[in-house]
Design a binder for this molecule. Structure first.
Ligand code: ADP
Ligand code: ASP
Ligand code: MG
Length: 438
């Protein structure tokens, strides 16, 4: 079995669905194909939800209409026969009727998740219809029947494995399955999701659950690049990464991979292959357990970071002080990314501000608190990077005029992270690219 996941741009146009068909029918190997929503759809659904949360039904209605028009144009080009066109219209009718009904009911978080789930349901149903018209035998699987998360939002790997294998067993002659990325059922049985970009995570969880030989992530670029191609010119694809490197890059902001998508591959030891749907012959990036060379591989950046400084000349040297601080973050289920300490203060960063006010209030018992918002973590990643000669000198020589708020080195052997103000991010990435790769 292998898993092939196609992202938003890869399914975003009717002709792209045709390319996917070619890619998934190239050989006879059994496959589970995981699809994202059409590009732009989850953003549109997020806006619809936000408008409803604000009580602006008119704006929500307008956004729903615009989205529906987009899909009406899409299906006109997707299928050939009148019968299939009618079937495609029925699919749209079902999901847009749902969106129009929610305009009339009161908004809640559960409803928000229902709205966000429409994108992947639509893309997979339309793709399945297209495959049927093309006489490609396959089965459409409802991810909500097997993909589950617990009350902390963590996937329930054991249960996913049992449910999915039962589903697959009930179709013993089927070699091709189509299912939705991103969406899942939560501990209350409601529709939920694996957070933005979560289809990558779905794919790797499905690969783990089915003991797949490989998890292929098909997207709009030829693999992981050595820097953010949206910000830096002349970035290069990286042919090979080990799990640790890929996990650090994904966690520290390389948008091509969902932050959690590597751990299932690492734990269950299957390779992840990043490939370009638009250029299927390009090598892409192979991610596996073996590392090849040591040294700097790539730079990534994670935005919207909040830095918290706790200053306490009285307490810092006392044992148990850090534990008390960590307990506050644990209580509010907020994870810490970076941490540095000095004799009188400890600085740390978080990326989730849901409970920021509560956290600050509790931390104030330990000392004076300073908060810096709109920070960015820039991470320089590479296998055993910490052994690279003169690396710190090279990093800091490249960015002499960028004010650095925090530095983290030695925590992992594969990563150096610096914290800067978000408005310095683009320059920092460009300067580091020059200093480290050119
Ligand atoms: P998909 O919709 O297929 O999941 P995403 O938009 O989530 O695709 O991820 C692919 C995009 O990630 C690329 O188009 C690119 O702009 C962006 N990206 C950011 N950093 C990197 C990187 N280091 N290497 C490759 N792509 C990156
Ligand atoms: N459609 C979802 C999103 O845009 C999930 C994904 O694309 O991976 O975040
Ligand atoms: Mg993505």
């Amino acid at each position: 079995m292998k898993v092939m996941k196609f992202g938003g741009t890869s399914v975003g146009k009717p002709e792209r669905m045709a390319s996917i068909k070619s890619l998934i029918t190239k050989d006879d190997e059994p496959k589970i194909v995981v699809l994202s929503a059409l590009s732009g759809t989850t953003n549109a659904l997020t806006e619809i939800s936000a408008a409803l949360a604000d009580g602006d039904r008119a704006a929500a209605k307008q956004r729903i209409e615009a989205l529906e028009q987009h899909y009406q144009r899409f299906i006109k080009e997707l299928v050939k026969t009148e019968t299939d066109y009618q079937k495609a219209k029925d699919i749209l009718a079902e999901h847009f009727e749902f969106l129009n009904i929610i305009l009339k009911i009161s908004f809640s978080e559960a409803l928000n998740k229902d709205i966000l789930a429409q994108g992947e349901l639509l893309s997979t149903k339309l793709f399945s219809l297209y495959l049927k018209e093309q006489n490609i035998p396959h089965v459409w699987l409802a991810a909500l029947d097997f993909m589950t998360i617990d009350s902390a939002g963590e996937p329930q790997v054991g249960s996913i494995r049992v449910k999915l294998s039962q589903l697959l067993k009930s179709h013993p002659d089927t070699k091709l399955f189509i299912t939705q990325g991103y969406i899942a059922r939560n501990a209350k049985g409601e529709v939920d999701n694996l957070k933005r970009g979560g289809s990558d995570y779905s794919a790797s969880l499905i690969a783990a659950a089915t003991e797949s030989t490989v998890c292929e992530i098909w997207t709009d670029i030829d693999g992981m690049h050595n820097n953010d191609p949206r910000i830096v010119e002349n970035t290069r694809p990286i042919k090979h990464l080990c799990f640790d490197e890929a996990a650090e890059l994904a966690y520290f902001g390389a948008k091509i991979l969902h932050p959690a998508s590597i751990w299932p591959a690492q734990y269950f030891n299957f390779p992840v292959q990043l490939k370009n749907t638009m250029e299927p012959d390009a090598a892409g990036t192979l991610i596996e357990s073996q590392s090849d060379e040591e040294g700097v591989k790539a730079i990534a950046a994670k935005d919207s970071i909040i830095a918290i400084k706790i200053k306490s000349s009285r307490m810092l040297l006392a044992y148990g002080f850090l534990r008390k601080i960590f307990e506050v973050f644990e209580k509010y289920q907020t994870s810490i990314d970076m941490i540095t300490t000095s004799e009188v203060a400890v600085s740390l960063t978080i990326d989730n501000d849901t409970y920021l006010n509560e956290i600050i209030k509790e931390l104030e018992m330990f000392g004076t608190i300073e908060i810096d918002t709109n920070q960015t973590i820039v991470s320089i990643v590479g296998y055993h990077i910490s052994k690279t000669e003169n690396l710190l000198a090279k990093v800091f020589d490249s960015i002499t005029d960028i004010p650095v708020r925090m530095v983290s080195f030695g925590g992992s052997q594969h990563n150096i992270s610096i914290l800067i103000s978000q408005d310095q991010k683009n320059r920092t990435l460009q300067l580091l690219n020059k200093g480290l790769f050119e």
